[in-house]
Design a protein around this ligand. Sequence first.
Ligand code: SF4
Length: 730
Amino acid sequence: MKVAVVRNRDNHGVISRFGQPCPEVYGSRSVQNVIDGLRAGGHTVAFFEGDKRLIANLEQFLPPEGESGRPGGMVFNMSYGIQGDCRYAHVPAMLEMAGVPYTGSTPLGHALALDKVVTKILMREAGAPTPAYRVLSRAGEEAEGLRFPLIVKPRHESTSYGLHFVRDGRELASAVREVVEEYQQDALVEEYIEGREVCVGLLGNDPVELLPLVELDFSGRELRAMTWADKHHKTANEPRRICPAAVSEELAGRLRAAALATFRACRCRDYARVDIRIDPSGEPFVLEINSMASLGAGGAFVLAAKTAGYTFEALVCRIVDVAHQRYFGTAAARGGGAAVEEGAGGWGAGAQESAAAGEAGAIGGVEYAPCPGVFSPQQLRGDDIPPYKATRFYEEQIRRSGHYERLRHVVEPSLAEVGGPGAWDTSGEGEHTVVRGLQHKFGPTALVLATDQCFSHCRFCFRKRLVSQTSEEVACDYGLIAEYIREHAEITDVLLSGGDPLVLSTEQLHRIMDHLLPIGQLTSIRLGTKALTYYPPRFQDTGLADLFRRIALAGKTPAVVAHVDHFGEIGEETERAVRKLLALGVQLFNQMVLLREVNDDADILAATLGKLHSLGVRPYYLFQARPVKGAGHFQVPLRRGIEIVREANGRLSGLQKTYRYVMSHYTGKIEILEVGEDQRLYLRYHQHRDPRKIGLVFSRPYREGACWLDDLAGSSEAPCAAGSVLDGGA
Ligand code: SF4
């Protein structure tokens, strides 16, 4: 199942800073442990900030399932909130509104548990004993009827924030003043219970599993209570946690009963921890309930679960299961992310069924062409071949163009895709991924994998490994991405790629811009897209015009890098969309791939480049096709490629041939120059991670039929059989 871990790392993602800031932050290590545990348990996991962007991000990660409309996964909630009252309740409330299931308590449960006074009232009503208390709202008020010593703490805080131990009226006044002024809330004052302290972990709902008791050993300490410093591991004599606690069966029963009564009275769900003091006569007094018990590795809840036999992985998966059981009546399915977990090359059944089933359908208003039937959907799946997917628009355009016999190879599966050499990731893209969804290979350019979806599937795509998958390579936290870019002043250009970023809604693109446009050093924002040929109606969206205007107003150059491989792909609607973009001041470039049986002909190349130029689209790159698994049949030998380019260029004006014939290789972007009379292939680095190598001409002995640098002897510049591209994608 897909699980989105949601937490709050900072207080940036709000409209304005207003209200009491949340002092609590879930430690990164704990969040990572949860992510790792869920992944190890077979779930597909992404993590998100619990801020104003959350719903838009979840809409992308957890879209509802097909026709059933059933939620596409679940949130594992670790969000303490950002600011204001009842902050634990904020993310659950947003999720309820958006129809997203989540682990843990409801907004009501968290709100009740976070108000310690209301909690005490509910506990008493439920028959759970709790220390006598008063609520004071200013210094100097008397704690009438209470016996010193007393504990003073803020009414709405957890993790022992603002906790004071006071012995007399003077200390009480001082502590109340501090709580009221610093935390801007009433002070809860309660009698201090001298004695032992025990934590009870609760897991599940019906039935609730009561985990082994954990005792806090305060030996050698003057203050026998957990402080903020203890809970954040900042004291030298932090209490030792002993599990199981040495208590009689009779007392253990009373402790569990008090914990369960508190859990139910506070409407908690899935998991929680209840802290209880035991006075010298053996009477328990419930101190509080934590409705989002810490999953920190050293915490009492995790220790109790471990004693009960849960590994950490089993514990976090159990939390998902009990939540799933509550919503749907069954435990959560594992391995829902198998397409990702099994590694590149597997296509998710959902993608196969929606795109390859050979049924014309309409997804998000886009109509798709029926599968031409070269393979059955079962064969496609069995042979690990990407599903067929082509818009009805594209299919009709290429049939109308008179070039169907060539252009059908762009989208229609063929037997040549079965088996054969090649790699799934020819680019080593993972190596250049610096933050999930962000690649940084060449200094000035950062590439964002904004989506794994496309309007159609190109059979030669070098990102087959992620297109139409539920990919974990796709960006999910644009806050982190923006942070990385800011920290790298050399980055001046961001390329949104994928997949095709224009499959995202305009609103989603605006949310991405929320993060990118404030970055002062950026001078341009590029979108790499094949929508101009696969689905030009996308450009009828007036909101998209606003997006480009917004980019320009922010002082960045808006640019679209189109992907036209053959002039037959260009129809009237594409021309209209191009004119519209140009009128908006968008710079337009085109990159194409030299493809056997599609455009490996000087006439076609010259006509395509000439057509693009006439429309005002600048030819940018002609890529040598990469040795992608199942796509080797698209490669044109390098000598033949050079001949085609030379012949086409002989017919083009200088403005029409403002492109370079390049190989996007693992080591850099390499311009393919010539096979010399000495039978050596001459090449030049157009881009390289090491700027000193840019412009460097080098050569290799040519071997007839070679299609890639690694097919040649002496390719020490090419440490692996891989290609690399930063200007690829759509
Ligand atoms: S080449 Fe671009 S448009 Fe085609 S499938 Fe790959 S990412 Fe999508």
